[in-house]
Design a binder for this molecule. Sequence first.
Ligand SMILES: [Zn+2]
Length: 192
Amino acid sequence: METMKTNCPICGEKNVMDVVTRTENIPYFGDIMESLVSCTKCGYKHTDVICLEQKEPVRYALTIQKDKLSTRVVKSQTATISIPMLGLKVEPGPKSISYVSNIEGVLNRFQDAVKTALNLFDDENSQKNGKNILKQLDEVRVGNMHAEIIIEDPFGHSVIAHPEVDKRKLTLDEIKSLKTGFTTFEQNEIES
Ligand SMILES: [Zn+2]
């Protein structure tokens, strides 16, 4: 683990930002570097995960079971993560974050997202759907229901690190249909 101080780009104060970097070896994957910057003055925080090796476009699928909850998961900014059986999907966008977690942590993130949605949409249908998904997430967590978790990453910077994971290269068509989180403009699409 390495720590250094730098200037904060957000509040402009000099030598107030802590930068902590750490490398970790993820089984079946390789080395990654995690970085955390936090400003002691304005409180700005940002985490990032960088994959240190060149990778191929990849798709991982794993059936979630109780004994697999501690399986390491790296989700990069460019990855799409989904549990199709529950209709849950997080696609990359400008605010996407990358993280290192495990299957249980991913389930928690989905749970939080559904709870947030329940607070935002108070119509009967959304409430019913949301509560139903929460119930199913609990069933998956305790092992009463077997759902598949899928990560698709056109840059290959993500992994579900389990020996039984179903791993294969993404096809070109699949890559084209995925979002990358980058804003791109094609010249001929901009018409005045
Ligand atoms: Zn600051």
